[in-house]
Structures are given as structure tokens and as C-alpha cells.
Design a protein around this ligand. Sequence first.
Ligand code: SF4
Length: 448
Amino acid sequence: MARKPRAPHVGFVSLGCPKAASDAEQILTRLRAEGYEISGSYDGADLVVVNTCGFIDAAVEESLDAIGEALAENGKVIVTGCLGAKGTVVQDTHPSVLAVTGPHALQEVMDAVHAHLPPQHDPFVDLVPAQGIRLTPDHYAYLKISEGCNHRCSFCIIPSLRGDLVSRPIGDVLKEAETLADAGVRELLIISQDTSAYGVDVRYRTGFVGGKPVKTRLYELCKELGELGMWVRLHYVYPYPSVDDLLPLMAEGRLLPYLDVPFQHASPRILKAMKRPGDVDKVLDRIAAWRKAVPDLTIRSTFITGFPGETESEFNELLDFLDAAQLDRVGAFAYSPVEGAAANALSGALPEEVREERKMRLMRHQEDISTQRLEAKIGRILTVLVDDIDEEGAIARSEGDAPDIDGLVYITDGHDLEIGEFVEVTVTDCDVHDLYAELGTERRPAVL
Ligand code: SF4
């Protein structure tokens, strides 16, 4: 019998945000579908694809280093991702790369792979799981609903890298979600550059889901996703008034009571300079109304400190906002003058020490607020999703904890639980980020 030739092997290095990870999953799925093997080492790979990030200068450095390492270790390298869209920086630094594409360029990456490493497809042997190849654990998955962004926040270059908003057809998104549910996924993390804008570009066109007409709009999407028996968590929700419509879905338990809303600042002047919506009183009213509708709502946000021209009193407005808003989770970034961002032309650039010192001050200020909000959960029974088991028990997350960015729930007597299991626990303690909990004598599987 003729021996089957060795399948071509591709190494894959993926850097950057969940949106880049989602691009990576699509490329890996196509590679496997076409009969390529994914190599876990540079040695075993016939070529390497490096999926880069170009958001801030540190990410550019990291990406260029990763390309350099892949070239040194393997020699045949294709570059994709956000850094590929930033002029000729990749080619200037590493002229020997085989090809460079921008982000969300599945076909271009595949064309480059075909040109340098032709496929050997055997349709009887090369099977790809229906849910595709995922980089996350089996029980949760990112679901990208659109690409690009119609905003022009002055600190951000994503629209110039990824273009204007393009929403995926609602039928495709829901089909992918169903496939993931069938594959055992228990939690969907909805991502995009601007989740609340889903469907704006197609004027909320009516699509078809299993023959049923459904509008391409976030509310309808969430309503349908809420039927699939999974946790559905929304990320990158721009604070439009339409977000209010989602709260009833949370109150009904179709959508996790969780909103990741990047407010970025609270001073009206700075928000205007950032080209972000700037009515802080309205935002506070909206947060109060959201909490009234869904008392257990977890709100996560991110802020930028040391934006050009930010005065000490404008920074204090931001701290006052944190006191008033009582957000659950906060991330902060010191302003970074990303090459190509409009904000770099603003006057009043602040020294790095000031930007960093304000970031530290903001995080210290928020610590007490976050801790108090977690303390209020002590004694309560919460549903959690188990992520891992180790010798100290189970490591899980509650409805208020997104993977990687929020806290964890440590279940001290959870050794016998299973990864991907929903269970009810009683919260016994907390620190600034995490909760500690017990199953107690009676194991209570949670019903979604
Ligand atoms: S909404 Fe987000 S992706 Fe769009 S321009 Fe602003 S920061 Fe960038």
C-alpha cells in the first residue's frame, strides 16, 4: 500500500486581543480543513504564520520580536494581523518574511500559505470538528459579530487598521453560535470593536435564521442567543441609549447581567478631545437605571489616564466619577501615543511619569470600590462555571467574571467538580479581585 505523504505542517503564533484570537481561529480552521497539520514547534513546521498586534508601541515591539524569533528558528514566515496594516514596518524590520497581510485577511493568508506550502488534501482523513478550531478551552468561546468601527476616537487607530463597521449576517452568527453550543460550549463571549453598533452598517437589515426573519440588531441577536442555553456575555459595548433595551433580557436571564462598557474618561472636555460621548450626568443616570432594572448587574470599564492636556482637576473628575458610578471592575491604561493616532497632534502631552502615576492612583482609588462590591456578595449563593481544578479545589467564574480580565471564584471544596460544569456555591470571603466559596454538604448543580 502506498504510504500517505507527510501532511504539510504550519506553526502558528498568535498575539493580541480576543479579536485577533478570533481571526487566528478562522485561519487555523481553514488550515486544518485543507489538510495542513498545526505544528507545536518551530522545528516541526514547514512554515510559520505570526498573527500580530499593532495597537500600542509595546505590542508592536512584541510582534516584531515574535517575527524575528520565528525567522531565526524556522526561516519561512508569513505575517498577518494589525501590525501588517501599519505601512511597511514589518518588511522594513524583517525583509525576509514571505508575505504580510493586515487583520481579518483569511483569504490572503491562505493564498500566501498555498504559494509557499501547497496543500495535500485527503478528504477522507482530514476531518475538522464542525465548530472549527478554537484557542479557548472547550467550555467557552469568543463569537465575533462584526469587524471595524464607525467611530473615530482620537487615541485609536483601529478604524484605519480594520476599516469601517461591517456586521456579519445574523444568520451566520447564530449558526456559528448553535454549532458552538452543540460542541459543548457553555459560555459565549460576544466581541467586536463596537458591539452596540451591530447592524448599523446594514440598517438593521432583516436576515433569516432557520427560515425565520430576524433583524440584524444587537437586541434581536441577544434574544436569539439567549435561547441556546449558554451564558452570553457582552464585551465592548459603546454607551449608546439602545443598550437600555438589553436590560430586560438580562432580567429575564437570557443574557448575563454583565456589561463591558469602555467609558475611557469622565471629564467632558477630555471626552470631547477623545471624540467620545461626553455627558457624564447622563451616563450616571443610565448606570442608576440599569442597576434598578438589574440589581446584580456587573459593570466593567476601562479608562485612559494622562490623555494630552489632562489637568490634575480633570483627572480628579475621573476619580469623582468612579466614586459616583461604583463600577465593579476597572482597567486603566496610561495614554500611549500610538503612531498615527489623531490625539498625538493635541497640545499638552504629559510626561510618561505623570501618565503612569495617574494610572496607579486611579487603580488604587478603585480598589476599595471593587472590594466593597465583592464584599457585598459574601454569604450569597451564586451560580459559577468551573474553569479548572487543582490541588486546592476548583477555579471558577461567576456571572460577573469574564475570562482573563476579571476575577475568579476559588471553590475550596470543589475538587470533584468538572471543568465546564455549572454549580451553585456559597461565597465565604473575597479580596480585591476574587471570591472564595464553598459547595457545602449538598452539591447543587445549577440550572440555566
Ligand atoms: S470605538 Fe473603539 S475601536 Fe472604535 S475608534 Fe473608538 S476606541 Fe477605536
